[in-house]
Design a protein around this ligand. Structure first.
Ligand code: 5RP
Length: 218
């Protein structure tokens, strides 16, 4: 079974977490795209969605699924999104697609976060995947120097601007043993918009596509 097939089966399993009449939070990336395509099949049963990126909003609208501004809705019952890494506590690294800030906002505004991924994303220790950090452009060099002090090797993501008009530093070489503390420490640096650690608000459910079907971790 290919990675894409694993992503697709995990994404389709997330439909079981969607209640009738819900406004659904929708993430970004290739696994989230499989979820959007699956959601299209039950679009008549939901009220609409809130998207975590312009790309996902465009794909949802392409399927004729309503997309609402987050400010126009109340707490969301569920958010479905992929991840770059998850540990066994369902703490995540996200932001490979650069949508981490809006993803973190929509996750924060949701009662349940269902993470969907292929089984290569489950790791014992976070950090092999470079940690994405969204930074206000004028703070890029300052924040990079501070990240070196934290033991990382920040690399500016080439020719990339986020939906919010900022840049991304991808931080290599971190072994993340205390994800909650590191998440807070990096977010405290002046000029950081947010970082791709989802440890303080981890996923509630992880649906992993595997060669033997979907594995559920809670
Ligand atoms: C985008 C993300 C994605 O969820 C993450 O990069 C995983 O992507 P994919 O589903 O394509 O493997 O955080 O900002």
């Amino acid at each position: 079974m290919t990675r894409d097939e694993q992503k697709k089966q995990a994404a389709e399993a997330a439909l079981d977490h969607i209640d009738a009449g819900a406004v659904v939070g929708v993430g970004t990336g290739s696994t989230a795209n499989f979820f959007i395509d699956a959601l299209a099949r039950i679009k008549h049963r939901i009220e609409g969605t809130v998207a975590s990126s312009e790309a996902s909003a465009a794909r949802l609208k392409g399927h004729g699924i309503p997309v609402f501004d987050l400010n126009a809705v109340d707490e969301l019952p569920v958010y479905v999104d992929g991840a770059d890494e998850s540990n066994h506590y369902l703490q995540l690294i996200k932001g490979g697609g650069g949508a981490l800030t809006r993803e973190k906002i929509v996750a924060a505004a949701s009662r349940k976060f269902v993470c969907v991924a292929d089984d290569s994303k489950l790791v014992d220790v976070l950090g092999k995947f470079p940690l994405p950090i969204e930074v206000i452009p004028m703070a890029r060099s300052y924040v990079a120097r501070e990240l070196v002090k934290l033991g990382g090797r920040p690399v500016l993501r080439d020719k990339f601007v986020t939906d919010n008009g900022n840049v991304i530093l991808d931080v290599h070489g971190l072994t993340i043993l205390d994800a909650g503390t590191l998440e807070a420490d990096i977010n405290n640096l002046a000029g950081v918009v947010t970082n791709g650690l989802f440890a303080r608000r981890p996923a509630d459910v992880l649906l992993l596509g595997t060669a033997n079907g979907v594995r559920t971790l809670t």
